[in-house]
Ligand binder design. Structure first.
Ligand code: AGP
Length: 616
């Protein structure tokens, strides 16, 4: 949801900014811009469209070399995508520029007040109001005692409601960039004679692995050879310099046509990374060090509530079923965005899990804060190390999935489900789960990576089926129990990247109304593993067939019977019922991917979406 990259150092700044923006493009891609400062003069270039447009625009304008700059890729909130609304935005003097990720909720009254004072605005954005506010505070400071640019930034930010990650430059302060954050991520990158600010640490991987994750209300000043961090709320700002634990090429696409495809193919390793060091064969259990709960506290949990959005919520839905069926703990899920405005009476020993790949999703963060405010223990399941949700949780589990760049989440989903599997093993073994069941789950976990490899090896068959149905206007996805969230997730994947309308339902709901949609032009994907509900799924398929609806079945390897009921069959290996969703989603990720490619969609940057949704 908008990406910021800022640089001050010894390199020519424009290539650094454009490279950083292209790495952050997954956060928003409707317009982009940069501002550089050289010889005491600001130079702003911005363009509606993708980073490629900005790159062409920059290349067409020869400039004097510059060694500091701020830049931005936008996902529009206030004001349509246009050159004028693209960041950076300047104040009234044109000597100060701002890039901003977030939303200033009270920008309208602030703008009216500024207009009454004679300020003129060139865009419809909230960010331009912020630029004017900082400029105004700076002017006032020049006449008073506060002479630092960072003081003006603090003064302006103290009057706004909303969220921000910002970077600011001023012609009066060559060699300086000021950054600040509240609610939107901002990472400081520390290089040799160079400093960076970025919305995401992975954009810094080619330059440095040394970072500081700024906290809410931190204000930083960066110069080529030093940085300083202060807090707007505390006398001193405590910060930690951390070493990024990623290979330099972790965020590269390599030989794959799209990040999404690369990430689908990474899933065997994703599962290995999620599980590594966490299985305890001796006790037929799992060991999850980061939960920060004693065995007694784990035994005392009466209820688990899993919060998340989109794909993360779907993973939570699988997790909640695992916890109830196998660990005998009452568990449920809620949309993070709904939970935070509810007032539910809950037992004291309720524990919350906030699930989020990015760790920055505003709805999930808001729900986590609400639950904590009410005194509940909240654990996080996150991929991004040092993210806000990870930091504000009482404990949790990291996914160790590596950067996920594709806007459509894939490997983070299987990782999240795997982590819920480990949690189920841990809590289950403290309750009624037998040692033999625990051992069986462990053996199944160990086989998963190779089983995923086997599914991936069948990609061409899945691609052919996807191409066959890619012209459909609408598709249905049906599944029961553990596979109902998979139906939801598969439908979400298809919608997001192919723009084919798709909806997931519990298979048995078909006859309660959805069946009216069945016709020869509406394919139904049915998840039909050979489990306890196999016959019921066969009945559902017959109901679809009777209405001449085409059927694609995701079935268990070796099931020949299913061929009599479906037009196309995708086989997946068998595992224990609670882990089957991990295998079942893989072919449907590939199905969505190849349908989107067949339709010529921009898979990694689907229209209207952004990877990390940091607005409410
Ligand atoms: C998934 O494909 C989506 N892009 C989206 O639903 C995503 O899962 C959701 O916004 C939550 O993101 P998070 O995991 O980073 O919190």
């Amino acid at each position: 949801m908008c990406g910021i990259i800022a640089y001050v150092g010894h390199r020519e700044v424009r290539p650094v900014l454009l490279d950083g923006l292209s790495r952050l493009e997954y956060r928003g891609y409707d317009s982009a811009g940069l501002a550089t400062l050289a010889d005491g003069k600001l130079d702003i270039l911005k363009k509606v469209g993708r980073i490629a447009e900005l790159t062409r625009h920059v290349a067409s304008k020869p400039r004097t070399p510059a060694f500091q700059g701020i830049s931005h890729t936008r996902w529009a909130t206030h004001g349509e995508p246009s050159d004028a609304n693209a960041h950076p935005h300047a104040d009234g003097t044109g000597k100060l520029v701002v890039v901003h990720n977030g939303v200033i909720e009270n920008f309208q009254p602030l703008k009216r007040k500024l207009e009454a004072e004679g300020h003129l605005f060139a865009s419809a954005t909230d960010t331009e109001v912020l630029a004017h506010l900082i400029g105004k505070a700076y002017q006032a400071g020049m006449e008073g005692s506060a002479r630092r640019l960072s003081d003006a930034v603090r003064t302006a930010l103290s009057g706004i409601k909303g969220t921000y990650g910002v970077a600011v430059m001023h012609e009066d302060f060559p060699g300086l960039i000021v950054g600040a954050r509240r609610g939107s991520p901002l990472v400081l990158g520390i290089g040799e004679g160079e400093m960076f600010l970025s919305s995401d640490a992975t954009a810094l991987l080619p330059y440095t692995h040394k970072v500081v994750y700024l906290k809410d209300f931190d204000v930083t000043e960066i110069r080529a050879d030093r940085f300083q961090i202060e807090s707007m709320t505390h006398d001193t700002a405590d910060y930690q310099v951390e070493e990024l634990d990623y290979a330099p090429d972790a965020a590269e696409r390599g030989a794959f046509a799209h990040y999404m495809l690369k990430e689908i193919h990474e899933q065997p390793q994703t599962l290995e990374n999620a599980v590594r060091g966490r299985l305890n064969g001796e006790e037929s259990s799992a060991q999850l060090g980061g939960l920060n709960l004693t065995p007694a506290e784990l035994r005392d949990i009466d209820r688990v509530i899993v919060l998340g959005c989109g794909t993360a919520l779907h993973a939570g839905m699988v997790g909640a079923q695992m916890l109830e069926n196998m660990a005998f703990v009452a568990a449920e899920t809620d949309f993070a965005s709904e939970f935070r405005f509810k007032n539910r009476p809950l037992p004291r020993n309720t524990i919350f899990f906030a699930v989020s790949q990015s760790g920055e999703t505003a709805d999930t963060l808001g729900a986590l804060r609400e639950a904590r405010r009410k005194g509940f223990r909240c654990l996080g399941i996150c991929n991004s190390v040092g993210s806000t949700i990870a930091r504000e949780s009482d404990g949790g589990m990291y996914m160790h999935a590596g950067p996920e760049i594709g806007v459509a989440a894939t490997k983070s989903f299987v990782s999240q489900v795997a982590l819920f599997g480990l949690l189920t093993l841990t809590l289950g073994r403290m309750r009624q789960m037998s040692a033999s069941t625990g051992s069986k789950i462990i053996r199944s976990f160990e086989k998963l990576p190779d089983q995923v490899r086997k599914i991936l090896a069948g990609e061409e068959h899945i691609a052919a089926i996807a191409r066959k149905y890619a012209q459909a206007n609408s598709m249905l996805f049906l599944g029961r129990q553990y596979n109902y969230p998979i139906a939801l997730e598969a439908a979400l994947k298809l919608k997001e990247i192919s723009y084919i309308h798709a909806a997931g339902f519990p298979a048995s709901e078909l006859k309660h109304g959805i069946i009216a949609l069945i016709d020869p032009a509406t394919p139904t994907v049915i998840l039909c593993p050979q489990d306890s509900l196999y016959e019921k799924n066969i009945s559902t398929m017959q109901e679809v067939r009777a209405r001449k609806g085409p059927i694609i079945a995701v079935a268990t390897e070796g099931d020949e019977e299913i061929r009599h009921h479906a037009d196309d069959v995708i086989y997946v290996p068998r595992t224990v019922e609670m882990l089957q969703p991990i295998l079942n989603i893989i072919p449907l990720q590939l199905f969505a991917y190849h349908a989107a490619v067949a339709l010529g969609r921009d898979v990694d940057k689907p229209r209207n979406l952004a990877k990390s949704v940091t607005v409410e």
